[in-house]
Design a protein around this ligand. Structure first.
Ligand SMILES: [Zn+2]
Ligand SMILES: [Zn+2]
Length: 84
């Protein structure tokens, strides 16, 4: 179990990504899913949009909502170098 002290949210799985941005603190299935809810240029106007707006789908986990890319998410066939 991993937790983020700032927001108190917890999750499991070390491939997950949690967004530390103020007002966001959503948890994502992977970095590639998390990337989709960030728009703009880093250091200039980079910011979060709502994961639903980014086309991600919410999946209920015992620890809360995990946003993931649409479609089947089966770690068995995911390659280790999962794309950006
Ligand atoms: Zn957080
Ligand atoms: Zn965010």
């Amino acid at each position: 179990m991993i937790s983020h002290a700032e927001c108190g949210k917890t999750w499991t799985g070390n491939r997950r990504a949690h967004c530390p941005a103020e007002g966001c603190h959503e948890t994502f299935n992977s970095d590639s899913a998390a990337e989709k809810h960030r728009v703009g240029k880093p250091g200039i106007d980079r910011h979060c949009i709502s994961p639903a707006e980014a086309g991600l789908v919410p999946v209920s986990k015992p620890w809360g909502i995990c946003w993931q890319n649409p479609g089947p998410d089966n770690p068995v066939w995911r390659t280790s170098g999962e794309g950006e």
